[in-house]
Design a protein around this ligand. Structure first.
Ligand SMILES: [Zn+2]
Length: 272
């Protein structure tokens, strides 16, 4: 019996040592879905880092889109979707939402979703939302629930290892901060740390927890620390069991019990 117990303990140890819990990276782009943004975010950042997921697929981006007068291009949206990326909403005209009426907020959120559907994105594939400037309130939350939105990603995290959570009617995927500062979009050097060091510190603070590192970018053509982000991606994906996934995929993984991520991703288009 003792021998059997020892054998079981050894197996459990080996399983843990192999790192069952994946290291997750969520890369999102806010505002634009146009060819210049696609080039800058996907080719010049993700692809140029040379990374792949352990299943051989290219890590996809989650695009929180706002069509504005010139920020949305259907061809680019369809290109992203066909490559396995996620298209989510970020309002039509990018206003500050708190202070607007329920109907005005509804028009902003539903209108952007309609634009994506008119582009040819399947309605059921559009499930996420992020508020412009991360500014949200109870009315915004109610609109999201009433529109059947699956998740919001506008609130900051309480801690680096906080997972996405569901209130029963809406998931919240925290828009995580990085060590060294509170500003969430477009990481800058802070507190004596380079962007690479901040991202690596975030990765280490989450390692083994299953909570993702989020890289939050807007207007990727203007991204000033691209080299550090590319260097981070190369480093992170050289670590065992690191996966770049969409926000939807992250929620699917949690809903499936936070186990084998490869089997969850087998339900999605393999990024190319
Ligand atoms: Zn924005």
């Amino acid at each position: 019996m003792a021998l059997l117990g020892l054998l079981l303990l050894t197996l459990i140890y080996l399983r843990g040592a192999q790192g069952d819990t994946p290291n997750l990276v969520l890369f999102s782009v806010d505002d634009e879905i146009v060819s210049e943004a696609w080039q800058a975010a996907y080719y010049d950042t993700i692809q140029s880092s040379g990374i792949s997921n352990p299943n051989g697929c290219k890590p996809p981006i989650t695009w929180f889109t706002s069509k504005g007068p010139d920020r949305g291009d259907c061809d680019t949206a369809l290109l992203a979707y066909s490559a396995g990326h996620e298209l989510a909403t970020h309002t039509v005209t990018h206003p500050e939402l708190p202070g607007l009426s329920y109907d005005e907020i509804t028009a902003e959120v539903a209108g952007q979703r309609e634009w994506l559907i008119d582009c040819g994105i399947p309605a059921e594939a559009i499930t996420g939302f992020r508020a412009p400037y991360y500014k949200t309130d109870d009315t915004v939350t109610q609109v999201l629930i009433d529109l059947g939105v699956q998740y919001d990603s506008s609130k900051a995290d309480d801690s680096p290892t906080q997972q996405a959570y569901s209130t029963g009617s809406l998931w919240e995927v925290p828009a995580y901060t990085l060590p060294g500062g509170d500003r969430r979009s477009d990481p800058q050097p802070e507190d004596g740390m380079s962007v690479l060091e901040r991202l690596q510190a975030a990765f280490e603070s989450k390692r083994g927890s299953g909570a993702p590192v989020s890289i939050l970018v807007h207007e990727p053509c203007k991204l000033s620390n691209r080299d550090d982000i590319v260097a981070f991606l190369s480093w992170a994906f050289a670590q065992d069991n690191t996966w770049g996934i969409t926000y939807q995929q992250y929620i699917s993984w949690l809903e499936a019990g936070a186990g084998d991520i490869a089997s969850v991703l087998s339900n999605y288009t393999c990024g190319s």
